[in-house]
Write a protein that binds this ligand. Structure first.
Ligand code: ASP
Ligand code: MG
Length: 413
């Protein structure tokens, strides 16, 4: 018997009929001879509704109360799934994150898992039960309930799969897997059969949905993760190590895996910064202290001992980032701070790019031929990112999808 951990997202659990559908799917996995642990998110938009509700009774809800409140969403769905399974004749039990032994640090709202103690889960499995675990939550050493950050049920599922040494972790959602691009933006987007963890990490943090921490954890503990639809039996996308490594030598394949778009981008420029040691630290330390994460940074070559420093932040952090930057710029004796918020981040991603030249030039040529101006450029070993005007990003993504032949798995760009 092999152990499978399955996670179901909120849209797959939005009402009673969907809950019964999920219970049936879990039952079928059991019937196929597997031990099953199922991790569930809150029903539909429950988490958003609870956040909204808290906002109506308090301007600044206490983080501790907030986490205890939000943890209730997943308790509702895990108990209902257990009931539905029992109605279908299966032995099932629901457990909160705390009962499942998920121990975290004390950072409310984005707690990190410190230790997994899934003995209770293992005991229930030994008794022949299907175990349904409330996602997105854990417990501190002081017995306070924490949540793991938005989309945190993915992390719960991968952590349980890793600690219980499950054969794999299956993540069920409302789409059929990971695509070469966002299908709403690029109609020709193709579902991928497999992606590498690293590629998925880039795709996840650059737009495609799936909690980034869960991918990091899967990569670290080598848990294969299958992303598939809870509404169909389509095969989904397998996230695993060395995707494509078994491709025979000489076989033609597309080295670009996908295109990621992120529109939550703004940029800040500080002009006339004196070019001396400590300036970057002087600016970026206060930003990090204010919990603003800075992404692309460009420092121009200095002219007459001064330079311009431009960087991007999340658009949702722009207000806070500007406050801090203006203050620091004043202290540094330079005044001018400018910002722009109608930008987007456009990336091509693929581990295959590492040892093959020409991808950057193809990307730039495609954008140029389509009259798209590149504002900033940044690269990693497996990604090339351009910051472009948000109004043009859909057109740019479609053009890149075409020029890299992403609708075909084997064509070489
Ligand atoms: N319910 C939580 C959220 O909406 C956690 C999750 O869905 O994974 O973020
Ligand atoms: Mg949710």
């Amino acid at each position: 018997m092999s152990l499978v951990v399955q996670k179901y997202g909120g849209s797959s659990l939005a009402d009673a009929a969907k809950i019964r559908n999920v219970a049936q799917r879990i039952g079928r996995t059991r019937d196929a001879g597997n031990d099953v642990v199922s991790v569930v998110s809150a029903m539909g938009d429950t988490t958003d509704e609870l956040i909204e509700l808290a906002g109506q009774v308090s301007g600044r809800p206490e983080p501790r109360e907030m986490d205890l409140l939000l943890s209730t969403g997943e308790l509702v769905s895990c108990t209902l799934i257990a009931m539905a399974l029992r109605t279908l004749g299966y032995e099932a039990i629901s457990l909160s994150g705390a009962q499942a032994g998920i121990r975290t640090d004390t950072s409310y709202g984005r707690a990190r898992i410190a230790l997994m103690q899934p003995e209770r889960v293992a005991r229930e499995l030994e008794q022949g039960r299907i175990v349904i675990v409330a996602g997105f939550q854990g417990i501190t050493d002081d017995l306070d309930i924490t949540t793991l950050g938005r989309g945190g049920s993915d992390t719960t599922a991968v952590a349980l799969a890793a600690s219980l040494e499950a054969a794999r972790c299956e993540v069920y959602t409302d789409v059929e897997g990971i695509y070469t691009a966002d299908p709403r933006l690029v109609p020709k987007a193709r579902k991928l059969d497999e992606v590498d963890y690293e590629e998925m990490l880039e795709l996840a943090s650059y737009g495609a949905k799936m909690n980034a921490r869960s991918i990091e954890m899967g990569m670290f503990y080598k848990v294969p993760i299958l992303v598939a639809s809870s509404f169909s039996d389509a095969p989904g996308t397998l996230i695993h190590e060395g995707a494509d490594m078994n491709t025979t030598v000489g076989e033609i394949r597309n080295r670009i895996r996908g295109i990621a778009v992120d529109t939550n981008v703004a940029k800040i420029t500080v002009r006339g910064v004196v070019d001396r040691p400590g300036i970057a630290a002087g600016l970026f330390e206060p930003l990090s202290a204010a919990d603003v994460s800075v992404d692309v940074i460009v420092q121009n070559a200095s002219v007459d001992g001064t330079t311009d420093m431009t960087f991007t932040v999340k658009r949702t952090d722009l207000g806070r980032a500007l406050e801090v930057t203006r203050l620091v710029a004043r202290q540094l004796g330079n005044g001018e701070v400018a910002s722009a918020d109608s930008l987007a981040k456009l990336s091509i991603v693929g581990t295959g790019m590492q040892d093959a030249p020409g991808y950057a030039s193809t990307m730039f040529r495609t954008l140029a031929d389509n009259g798209i101006n590149i504002d900033m450029i940044t690269t990693s070993e497996i990604r090339i990112t351009c910051i472009v005007d948000e109004a043009q990003v859909g057109m740019a993504a479609r053009a890149l999808h075409d020029s890299f032949h992403l609708d075909s798995p084997t064509q070489v760009p």
